[in-house]
Design a protein around this ligand. Structure first.
Ligand code: KG4
Ligand code: ZN
Length: 356
């Protein structure tokens, strides 16, 4: 079976063609994957502008899908289903992908498969590396999400914890903005942090001990919070500006910026990995995974790999191309769902706050 995946939940218009292999250990293979990034458009504004994003998806979707089909060489043989991200994300952006996928599937008379964006990130791990030994604990960490899942069986995802406020990627983006480093913040902080002292500034590590009133079914102790860290970076920078006599928008000198980036990144990475490996032990996981845009982070990858080796646990990571938003992961998750018997009707809608 060959599936076309479509992803438009945020600022990437993406389409990909993925085929089943028949090998239960490595069930899927990517035939093509095309991503049109809108980063240049949103950079000017320091973050994603939803209305601009939706309008750009409309401009790009036809070309991106045509290119994915051409690259895969499936125009003649065709494809058997269309998978699309139904949520969560920016509703105007999601609607472009959902409407396009519905029209395409209806006109070709093939099934439409709805996919949760985070299920896509989780399945990027099996797409890249083959099936994970289960049960697994997977951290999904991106610009919009920081969530910890237990995967007891293929295609089953149980939420163990999530951020109460900012996502880790969002914290990267906001700290980068504060330091005048531009958008998106993750890659640039990652690079500059390498030149700094990660013990230079003692930023706080948040540990939550109480249940979230909005999610009483979760234990709460495996939740994340990054807004306190962000505020602490802001206070530090404001203090340094005053001491050095800098103007309100001026960043501190480059060597200090490197120290701040390194110290900030150490706290983020340690917080994420502490929770991930605590949960892995608590739930007797046979493997662990890290997916989503922030999984591209060099320190998170290196320290995650080292901790996993110490515990003798296999760590699953996506390739850099599969870590940020793409449609190959949506196609893979779509194949998993289709084989589990899930398809959507022609009344499928986009859901900005869809739960997994
Ligand atoms: O998964 P993704 O492409 O989009 C969402 O679903 O949000 O993740 C984008 C996020 C951005 O916040 C970006 O700053 C972050 O991933 N990111 C990184 C790195 N590369 C991208 N964060 C830390 N280190 C990186 N190397
Ligand atoms: Zn994402």
């Amino acid at each position: 079976m060959i599936i076309l995946g479509i992803e438009t939940s945020c600022d990437e218009t993406a389409a990909a063609v993925v085929t089943e292999t028949g090998d239960p250990q490595h069930p899927w293979r990517i035939l093509s994957s095309v991503v049109a990034s809108q980063v240049e458009i949103h950079r000017e504004w320091g973050g994603v502008v939803p209305e601009l994003s939706a309008r750009q998806h409309i401009r790009d979707i036809c070309g991106v899908v045509e290119r994915a089909l051409a690259d895969a060489g499936v125009e003649a043989v065709g494809y058997d289903a269309v998978a699309v991200t139904e949520g969560p994300g920016l509703v105007g952006s999601l609607l472009v992908g959902v409407s396009f996928a519905k029209s395409l599937a209806w006109s070709r008379g093939i099934p439409l498969v709805p996919v949760h964006h985070l299920a896509g990130h989780i399945e990027s791990l099996a797409l890249q590396n083959g099936e994970m030994p289960l049960p697994a604990v997977v951290l999904v960490v991106s610009g919009g999400h920081t969530s910890l899942y237990r995967v007891p069986a293929p295609g089953t995802y149980e939420l163990l914890g999530r951020t109460r406020d900012d996502a880790a990627g969002e914290a990267y983006d906001k700290v980068a903005k504060l330091l005048g480093l531009g958008y998106p913040g993750g890659p640039v902080i990652d690079r500059i942090a390498g030149q700094g002292n990660d013990r230079a500034v003692a930023f706080p590590k948040t540990r939550l001990t109480h249940v979230d009133r909005n999610a009483p079914h979760l234990p709460g102790t495996r939740d994340f919070s990054f807004s306190g860290l962000k505020t602490s970076v802001l206070r530090h920078v404001t203090g340094r500006r005053e001491t050095l006599g800098l103007a309100a928008d001026d960043p501190p000198p480059p060597s200090e910026v490197a120290d701040i980036c390194a110290s900030f990144q150490r706290v983020v990475v340690e917080t994420l990995l502490d929770r991930l490996f605590d949960a892995a032990v608590a739930y007797s996981a046979r493997s662990v995974g890290i997916a989503g845009g922030v999984s591209a982070n060099s320190r998170l990858r290196a320290e995650g790999t080292a901790r996993a080796e110490r515990r003798d646990l296999p760590l699953f990571l996506p390739s850099l191309a599969l870590s940020t938003d793409n449609a190959a992961m949506i196609a893979a998750a779509g194949l998993r769902r289709y084989r589990a018997g899930v398809t959507a009707g022609w009344d499928l809608n986009a859901h900005a706050a869809l739960a997994l």
